[in-house]
Design a protein around this ligand. Structure first.
Ligand code: HEC
Ligand code: HEC
Length: 321
């Protein structure tokens, strides 16, 4: 043992290396010892107060004298949230979607819960937040964020759509029109979309198609102006928005086999009825309607905008865009 250790006056445990490195027997500082004792006591108190030790069989545990449990805490929190919600939920029960929309506090509330409901019930077909989903045949379900509507973007129309479902029907033309006629009329439809209806109407190259359009049954459903009729969800054929494939071949297929026509090659477009499915409560449907309206494409009407009610404006022309 060297002099260095003797000079410190503190004995070592006997472990000394290299003459200047050793284990001393110094006591730890008092504050540290107190801290250690306090935490030992804390552990015991904690163990007794809160649920802790499992029993030997492993199927139960010591519940703690404080009566705390994670489930109890969650239920208390949920109770607090439900109490806040109840105020809104009670109101919504007795209101129409238009009235909810007119109430800024309620419509803000509904917009948030609507987002979750939409994700659970609608997004599979309409895409996250209503941006639409595409497959190789075009849009699987329409985009709900724009102002292009098959059936209409008024709050009551959207309500009708979600409650009752929709199923646009276009007859197949494979038997009523020749291949040449289908080719011509498809070219006319394409020209209306690309050049606008007026130009297409004076376009010599598609004149034959125009004649087919006017003389077969097209105008009966799509209207003389080809802008569609929202009452039956027939698409506007003069805009650049395509429900199904907008290529010449795609348009020919739609015309040849129709939509929901029963033909095996027909385009399928079915919006389920959410009232029938019974999956959603009436309040949930109303919330979704307000949510969809607020996605961006909602069109105001008399009931939704009380200020305009006095004007008693007639319903807008179908498929106005
Ligand atoms: C199984 C797929 C599917 C589900 C689920 C679905 N939709 Fe649809 N939805 C469609 C299709 C397809 C159409 C277009 C129907 C047509 O072309 O006639 C449509 C049309 C609509 C329209 C009319 C759009 C317009 O342009 O007029 C609205 C509004 C709508 N859906 C809202 C909803 C809401 C809200 C939900 C959830 C509660 C929902 N949809 C769930 C497939 C679906
Ligand atoms: C019985 C009514 C009916 C008749 C007749 C009809 N259509 Fe349609 N058509 C519809 C409906 C409804 C849709 C929209 C289907 C949907 O989106 O669910 C549609 C969709 C279309 C589309 C697809 C539009 C898009 O955005 O993808 C084209 C193209 C079309 N029709 C052309 C014609 C032509 C051309 C004729 C005449 C040869 C015709 N239709 C006759 C009801 C009809």
């Amino acid at each position: 043992m060297s002099e260095k250790y003797d000079a410190s006056g503190v004995p070592t445990t006997g472990h000394v290396w290299d003459d200047d490195l050793g284990d001393f027997t110094n006591q730890p500082p008092k504050w540290w010892m107190l801290g250690l004792a306090a935490s030992a006591i804390w552990v015991v108190v904690y163990w007794i107060y809160y649920p802790s030790v499992p029993n030997a069989a492993g199927n139960s545990y010591f519940k703690g004298v404080g009566g705390w449990s994670a489930i109890k805490e969650m239920e208390e929190d949920k109770g607090t949230v439900d109490a806040v919600r109840k105020k809104y939920e009670d109101k919504i029960k007795g209101m129409t979607p238009a009235a909810i929309l007119a109430d800024s506090e309620l419509s803000e509330y509904v917009k948030r819960s609507g987002k979750v409901l939409f994700g659970d019930n609608c997004a599979a077909c309409h895409g996250t937040n209503g941006v639409g989903t595409k497959d190789k045949e075009g849009l699987f379900a329409p985009i709900l964020t724009d102002d292009d509507w098959l059936y209409g973007g008024k709050i009551d129309t959207i309500h009708e759509t979600v409650v009752g479902g929709r199923q646009g029907m276009m007859t197949a033309h494979k038997d009523s029109l020749s291949a040449q006629q289908i080719d011509d009329v498809a070219k006319y439809v394409l020209a209306m979309s690309e050049e606008g209806k007026e130009k297409a109407d004076t376009n010599a190259a598609v004149a034959a198609g125009k004649k087919v359009f006017e003389e077969s049954d097209c105008t009966g459903c799509h209207g003389p102006d080809a802008k569609g009729m929202q009452a039956m969800g027939s698409a506007n054929l003069t805009d650049k928005v395509w429900r199904f494939e907008g290529s010449l071949d795609g348009i020919k297929r739609t015309i040849t086999y129709g939509v929901n026509s029963g033909d095996p090659m027909a385009r399928i477009a079915v919006m389920p009825s959410f009232k029938e499915a019974g999956k959603l409560s009436e309040s949930e449907i109303k919330k979704l309607v307000v949510y969809v309206y607020k996605l961006g494409g909602g069109q105001p009407d008399e009931a939704a905008a009380p200020a305009a009610a006095a004007a008693a404006a007639p319903a807008a022309a179908p498929a106005a865009k």
